[in-house]
Write a protein that binds this ligand. Structure first.
Ligand SMILES: Cc1cc2nc3c(=O)[nH]c(=O)nc-3n(C[C@H](O)[C@H](O)[C@H](O)COP(=O)(O)OP(=O)(O)OC[C@H]3O[C@@H](n4cnc5c(N)ncnc54)[C@H](O)[C@@H]3O)c2cc1C
Length: 330
């Protein structure tokens, strides 16, 4: 039997989430490099429509794994549905988006199958017949290439932003969709789900801003945010931040840019003291022009910056505000 990659995508109310499309793009790249056959599984109840949507992409086959007991989501239900399916289909590799839901059931599933799981991958390498997944370590300070031990199936999750969802390749023709109706025994589902976790609702729409001045931990103290605000005001833009700034309550949550914040695409994004972690970059890499000020010349933000300013933001920003005001005649 040919080696197969199975992408377990995530749907809610008949819609695939962004990270699932991103994971499909990543899986298409793995398939292209390894030559393995790409298939996908959609899980839930009444999910034929979303399975058909996935089948329009460059993929060999889509399984719609159905049971009324799979709605609402429960880890026990997903374990019951996926364990038998994977044991029967025996894919070489199972890829999933690194979502809250996958984080909930994937450890349980892989433990039940006694298999390894590589979480939070941001890429992969296929070298000499060996598949390696790249994942950040120590809060993104390092990345490590990790391989699997033991037997297939191997399991990995792709982090949000690792691939571009809009780059998923269309298929030449629609792939076949096979509906797999799973029997889930009474009593197998012991969990009583509450309302799913929701990110904070956004009051400020940063997506419309043409200029964004964004602050990271390099700003050091809450009182220094004022400096960034002055620059934003001088430029006629909005202030935004990386997650630690909003987590600390220095700016409201709706000012956060990144995978768990807003995705912005201004004409100018000025990053002050932001390291450039992938979860941040995914929310701002669409900016037309990126200027980054960071005292560390090795900061990852410089990899995507159009203008890289290596230096102390407290030396650079005050004269910059003055220059902007002068240029604007205020
Ligand atoms: C599930 C998940 C979701 C996440 N979602 C998001 C998200 O939506 N948005 C987000 O931003 N993060 C998110 N994160 C966190 C992310 O991984 C990083 O931890 C975060 O982006 C780092 O913020 P930072 O760049 O401000 O801080 P740091 O990584 O600490 O970087 C601070 C930078 O400031 C520089 N610096 C220090 N002093 C100065 C100075 N005086 N002048 C100039 N530069 C200076 C340093 O060199 C450093 O590069 C998420 C993490 C997880 C696990």
């Amino acid at each position: 039997m040919a080696d197969t990659i199975l992408v377990v995508v995530e749907q809610k109310d008949g819609k695939l989430n962004r990270v699932s499309w991103e994971t499909l793009t990543g899986a298409q790249e793995v398939a292209a490099q390894t030559g393995w056959t790409l298939e996908a599984a959609v899980i839930g109840s009444g999910i034929g429509g979303v399975a058909t949507e996935v089948a329009a992409k460059k993929i060999a086959k889509v399984y719609a794994i159905e049971s009324p007991k799979l709605e609402p989501y429960t880890p026990d239900g997903f374990l019951a549905a996926l364990k038998g399916f994977i044991e029967q289909k025996r894919p070489k590799l199972v890829l999933m988006p690194h979502t809250y839901q996958v984080r909930d059931f994937a450890p349980k599933l892989t433990t039940a199958l006694n298999r390894a799981l590589i979480c939070d991958a941001i890429g992969f390498k296929y070298e000499g017949g060996k598949l390696l997944f790249t994942r950040p370590m120590f809060q993104g300070k390092f990345v490590a290439d990790v391989s699997f031990g033991g037997d297939a199936p191997y399991f990995a999750t792709f982090q949000s932003g690792a691939y571009r969802g809009d780059k998923v390749e269309e298929g030449a023709a629609a792939a076949p969709v096979e509906t797999v109706t799973v029997e889930i025994a009474d009593g197998a589902i012991r969990n009583k789900p509450e309302a799913p976790f929701k990110e904070a609702k956004q009051a400020i729409d940063l997506t419309q801003a043409e200029v964004i001045v964004s602050v990271g931990r390099g700003i050091k103290e809450q009182k220094n945010i004022e400096l960034a605000q002055q620059l934003a005001t001088a430029l006629g833009g909005e202030i935004a931040a990386s997650r630690p700034i909003c987590d600390s309550g220095w700016l409201p949550m709706d000012r956060q840019v990144g995978s768990s914040g807003q995705t912005v695409a201004p004409k100018l994004y000025l990053a002050l003291g932001i390291s450039g972690a992938i979860q941040h970059v995914v929310g701002m890499k669409g900016a037309r022009s990126i200027i980054a000020i960071n005292k560390d010349s090795e900061a990852p933000i410089f990899e995507i910056a159009d203008i890289a300013v290596v230096g102390n933001l407290f030396d650079i920003v005050p004269p910059l505000i003055e220059e902007v005001k002068k240029a604007k005649g205020v």
